[in-house]
Design a protein around this ligand. Structure first.
Ligand SMILES: Cc1cc2nc3c(=O)[nH]c(=O)nc-3n(C[C@H](O)[C@H](O)[C@H](O)COP(=O)(O)O)c2cc1C
Length: 336
């Protein structure tokens, strides 16, 4: 996924800065790319000019937009997900971010009668750092107020799935609590980045390393009712023929009670993609015999063999072997 982060904190000497860094680490570990608008660092102007105001107030989408606003809108449309990271200031985002919405969410782009310029993004996530405890924010209605504004109004149906995370108890007024909450909150930030693509899909995800025949594999185990899916990433081929496919899929099936496996293309021997070797046929037969579903994620466009592309096309219509360039798509295909 391509993720657009809008970050708003006036100081690098802050916990929120660490949240930004850990979130990005999580994103990168999950293989996503990102763009960031660091609003204070960019000196993003957040006050509307009179002409900007008149454009919005008169619903005049013929009036030109300033270049810095167009640049932000282009970043949105170049992304699949949008993420806001900021500290809570007076039960709101810092004025810097509020002003960003005033100026960037323009008529004809974020709202309007006819063709809206903003594409609907897959995921929208708000991560805010609060001085108060979650108990306090909930008890006094502050959390609901913030969610209503950010999710209900600003993100609304501009994103398909959205969530609001509060990293609480971080006030410098209560340093002991701040220190006690530090690591827990950073772990949440990392997880939020790592699992962003599954937001809204009510999944539980755990990560694990597996040493398989001397090869280190990164496993992601996705618990999504009624199925479990194991996503395997390997730098080296581990499925080279029918037997190794069987050994590996049975092992995963036994260890994780799961018959749905996603692997990256590098985990499959190149012989598989030369149909004349018979490897693909052998592997496919084992999958059918043992009721296993396998999805292979990668770029297959470099192969020139028409029979291979026909084979991929036919497999994708069936129930056992799938090919796609997108891991999220593979999880969906295999989870059906
Ligand atoms: C002007 C201002 C207003 C604040 N208002 C709130 C508030 O309404 N609720 C809250 O929980 N924390 C509030 N805080 C605390 C901030 O969220 C605080 O900066 C943060 O929790 C600590 O993280 P940091 O080190 O990244 O700044 C406020 C802080 C400032 C500077």
């Amino acid at each position: 996924m391509k993720v657009f982060i809008i970050y708003a904190h006036p100081s690098e000497d802050s916990f929120t800065r660490h949240v930004r860094e850990r979130f990005i680490e999580g994103l990168e570990a999950a293989g996503h790319s990102y763009l960031i608008s660091d609003l204070y660092k960019m000196g993003f102007r957040t006050d509307m000019t009179e002409s900007e105001y008149l454009r919005e107030a008169n619903y005049d989408d013929d009036a030109p937009l300033p270049d810095d606003v167009i640049a932000e809108q282009n970043k949105i449309n170049a992304s699949n997900a949008i993420v806001f990271i900021y500290p809570v200031f007076w039960t709101e985002a810092p004025a810097k971010l509020v002003g960003w919405f005033d100026r960037v969410w323009t008529y004809g782009f974020a709202y309007g009668d006819e063709s809206i310029g903003m594409k609907q993004l897959d995921k929208g996530l708000v991560i805010c750092v609060a001085g108060r405890s979650l108990y306090h924010l909930t008890h006094y209605g502050h959390l609901d107020a913030m969610k209503t504004v950010m999710l209900g109004d600003r993100l609304c149906d501009r994103v398909k799935y959205k969530d609001f995370i509060v990293l609480d108890g971080m006030s410098k007024y209560a340093m002991i609590a701040r220190e006690a909450n530090w690591d827990r909150n950073l772990d949440i930030a990392y997880e939020a980045g790592f699992t962003l693509e599954y937001l809204g899909q009510s999944m539980r995800i755990t990560k694990k390393q597996l040493l398989w025949n001397g090869v280190n594999l990164a496993l992601k185990i996705i618990d999504k009712e009624p199925n479990k899916i194991v996503v395997v990433n390997s730098d080296t081929p581990i499925i080279c023929d029918g037997q190794s496919a069987l050994d590996f899929t049975l092992y995963i099936g036994y260890d994780h009670n799961c018959q749905r496996i996603v692997v990256n293309k590098a985990a499959i021997s190149e012989d598989f993609f030369r149909l004349s070797t018979g490897v693909a046929g052998e592997v496919g037969q084992k999958l059918v015999n043992y009721g296993v579903r396998l999805a292979i994620v990668g770029d297959f466009s470099g192969y020139t063999s028409k029979p291979l592309h026909d084979y991929i096309y036919e497999c994708n219509k069936g129930n056992h072997l799938y090919f796609t360039s997108d891991e999220n798509e593979a999880v969906k295909m295999i989870g059906r």
